[in-house]
Design a protein around this ligand. Structure first.
Ligand SMILES: [Zn+2]
Length: 310
């Protein structure tokens, strides 16, 4: 469904206040991490050399994501990458963030197109997939789209330039390689693909996926992406109340080398599997508009913490 974009409940002023607190937190955390309790030397936030541009990507759900590709040839990624807004005032005013809402509402009707093989790094994989859904039929592509818009709204309120990989929730694709390319071309400082998993109903919780080492592809982004993953994991867990995925090991952090969206990215990038749509308890949260607002706050904070490290 076309994204209804509920207006964020928090005012710009409130966000500005929270950002001040956030900045303080980051400074303290960085100072602690630097070792001695002595007065911090230099700029404690200047920690992470970020590699160049990155990309957006999608289609990474672990395991049993009920994606179903079917298809026909690739459809033009409707306006992908065109949703760009100028940087504004605010603490993130010089930063560019790529948000990649996984899948798309038109994919199910375009089996041939989305099953076409595209580069995923060393191997080729399907252009895109359909995604999962809750037992009540709330589709993952819709959840991804709605949550992405809420996160975008928050980051823009803090001055960031936000690029989305798709402009609506009724089109097809774009393919995973193109989602990555959009972030690379935008020279994003951070990129996140937003998904929800389709794991066995008995499992619940979220996980963040960071790129593993893939020779010739991910060397430059592994380290910064790991930091991004850790910041996002911490803020999302605290803010959303969603537990770490109990059907995976790793305390909510996973590393993958088979995702085109990560392998083809030249900018720091992670995937968020926000919860398990097939689990009743998770589904109740994931489909709750109020929870989505809270989750978007947490995701935006995770990204902001990372961006303010540099
Ligand atoms: Zn997905």
């Amino acid at each position: 469904m076309p994204a209804s974009v509920p207006p964020g409940p928090r005012s710009r002023a409130v966000r500005a206040l929270s950002l001040v607190a956030l900045t303080t937190t980051v400074l303290l955390a960085t100072a602690c991490a630097s070792g001695s309790g002595a007065a911090p030397e230099g700029d404690p936030t200047a920690a992470i050399p970020l590699p160049g541009p990155d990309d957006g990507d999608q289609g990474a759900d672990t395991g049993p994501d009920t994606s179903g590709g079917s298809g026909d040839d690739a459809e033009p990624p409707d306006g992908a990458g065109t949703d760009e807004t100028p940087a504004g005032d605010g603490p993130l005013g010089t930063r560019v963030v790529l948000i990649d809402p996984g899948h798309n509402g038109g994919n199910a009707e375009a089996a041939d197109e989305i099953s076409e093989l595209v580069s995923a790094g060393p191997e080729r994989k399907a252009c895109d997939t359909v995604g999962s859904e809750t037992g009540d039929g709330y589709a993952e592509h819709e959840f991804n789209w709605e949550l992405s818009l809420l996160v975008k709204e928050r980051l823009e309120a803090d001055g960031a330039t936000v690029v989305l990989t798709r402009d609506d929730n009724e089109s097809v694709g774009p393919c995973i390689d193109e989602r990555a390319a959009i972030g690379n071309e935008a020279e994003a400082d951070a990129a996140v693909s937003i998904h929800a998993d389709g794991a066995p109903p008995s499992g619940r919780g979220f996980h963040v996926i960071a790129p593993g080492e893939v020779d010739g592809f991910t060397e430059d982004i592994v380290e910064p992406s790991r930091l991004l993953a850790e910041d996002l994991r911490r803020e999302y867990r605290e803010g959303s109340g969603m537990p770490y995925a109990d059907y995976l090991s790793g305390d909510g952090l996973d590393e993958r080398t088979d995702l085109g969206g990560l392998n083809l990215s030249t900018v720091p990038k992670v995937f968020l599997e926000a919860g398990n749509l097939r689990n009743e308890e998770d589904a109740a949260l994931l489909s709750d508009p109020e929870w989505q607002e809270t989750a978007a706050d947490a995701i935006a904070r995770g990204l902001a913490v990372y961006l303010m490290r540099e």
